[in-house]
Design a protein around this ligand. Structure first.
Ligand SMILES: Nc1ncnc2c1ncn2[C@@H]1O[C@H](COP(=O)(O)OP(=O)(O)O)[C@@H](O)[C@H]1O
Ligand SMILES: [Mg+2]
Ligand SMILES: [Zn+2]
Length: 329
């Protein structure tokens, strides 16, 4: 993604700060443990001196290097086990001297070898798409805070189901969507009237996938088409970089919230088809929310868009009464 150099620099400075913080933390914990359990220092010194001895020996007898290294590994494993045992005996966790990185995959460097780690990709998406709003929203709206309390348990004769029973089913499907995200390719369209928790559920899914190192872009339909428009028609400084548009096509999950609120033109129709279709071909999941009913979809969108959605998206309908009115009055 084509971030400005200054933006990239800020992100990398944050990574450096995290690493520095980690170094301090490790040093602090080491001092604390050496002070409280001096035997651990003895063991650590032994591990270090074994390694030095082995290296010196191998330099003089290179033909024995494989055997010697194996021997070293075995010895150090025994010493490490003694260490862990002592830590646990003294009320610490085994890993106390190796605290966990914010991103264990790249050890807070942003890179795995030469490749960008998903945490760095997401940090770049967050800046490029100004995703700070969703970052705040997902703190409040996530699977842990989703409540079924606001859905009525009175059966709706049209569906022979109560809004509560239905919301429960939809909630479970959203959880399954996340649980099977890495091994099944699913797209979903959440629909129903305003105030039924569609955006809330989008946020639940976004948080769960972000927490498990996936790249997620959340955009309202209005924002999505604005981006496409700026990309196509702006030639000045505000032109959207190619790579930013590419990430819309290949991020792990694209959420298009409030589809149907955009200004409906021939241009948006073509762009929407292209976006949904490319993601289908790339086998990248998309989550759509809309207040429109399936009959409205046919009125608002071309046949080829509707058939793409009907054919490849799992429809999840929410019904009941507006939660905003219940919650805030
Ligand atoms: N299951 C829920 N538990 C708690 N609050 C909810 C739930 N669903 C919706 N809300 C709240 O109700 C309001 C409307 O929900 P929202 O997700 O924006 O509806 P929609 O996107 O369907 O119009 C928001 O303030 C949201 O936080
Ligand atoms: Mg909404
Ligand atoms: Zn990482």
């Amino acid at each position: 993604m084509n971030l400005k150099r200054s933006q990239y620099k800020i992100i990398m400075q944050q990574y450096e700060a995290k690493q520095l913080h980690m170094k301090h933390e490790i040093k602090k914990r080491k001092e604390e443990i050496y002070h409280k359990i001096p035997l651990i220092k003895v063991l650590d010194d032994e591990i270090a001196s074994n390694s030095i001895d082995t290296t010196c020996y191998i330099i003089e007898h290179p033909e024995e290097s494989a055997d010697k290294l194996e021997e070293l590994q075995e010895n150090n494993l025994i010493l490490s086990k003694k260490k862990f045992h002592l830590l646990v005996e003294n009320g610490y966790s085994e890993n106390y001297m190796q605290p966990e990185y914010a991103c264990p995959m790249c050890k807070d460097t942003g890179y795995i070898g030469r490749d960008k780690c998903s945490c760095l990709k997401q940090a770049m998406i967050d800046i490029a798409y100004e995703q700070s709003n969703i970052k705040t929203a997902i703190q409040e709206e996530n699977f842990d805070t989703f409540s079924l309390h606001y859905y009525s348990d009175e059966t709706d004769p049209r569906y022979n189901l109560s809004p509560l029973e239905n919301a429960h089913i939809v909630y479970d499907k959203c959880k399954k969507f996340v649980a099977h995200f890495d091994n099944t390719f699913t797209n979903m369209i959440l629909y129903g009237q305003a105030g039924l928790g569609k955006t809330f559920l989008c946020n639940c899914i976004a948080k769960a996938l972000l927490d498990t190192s996936h790249t997620v872009i959340y955009l309202t339909a209005f924002q999505l088409f604005k981006l496409f428009e700026d990309y196509k028609f702006n030639n000045d400084d505000s032109k959207v970089p190619d790579e930013q548009i590419e990430s819309i096509f290949d991020c792990d999950l694209l959420i298009i919230d409030d589809l149907g609120t955009e200004l409906n033109t021939r241009f948006t129709g073509v762009e929407l088809f292209n976006c949904l279709n490319t993601r289908l071909l790339n086998k990248k999941s998309t989550l759509i929310s809309t207040n429109l009913s399936p009959t409205d979809w046919s009125k608002q969108y071309s046949d080829r868009i509707v058939s793409r959605i009907f054919g490849n998206y799992e429809p999840l309908k929410l019904f009941g009464s507006d939660i905003r009115l219940k919650k805030y009055t």
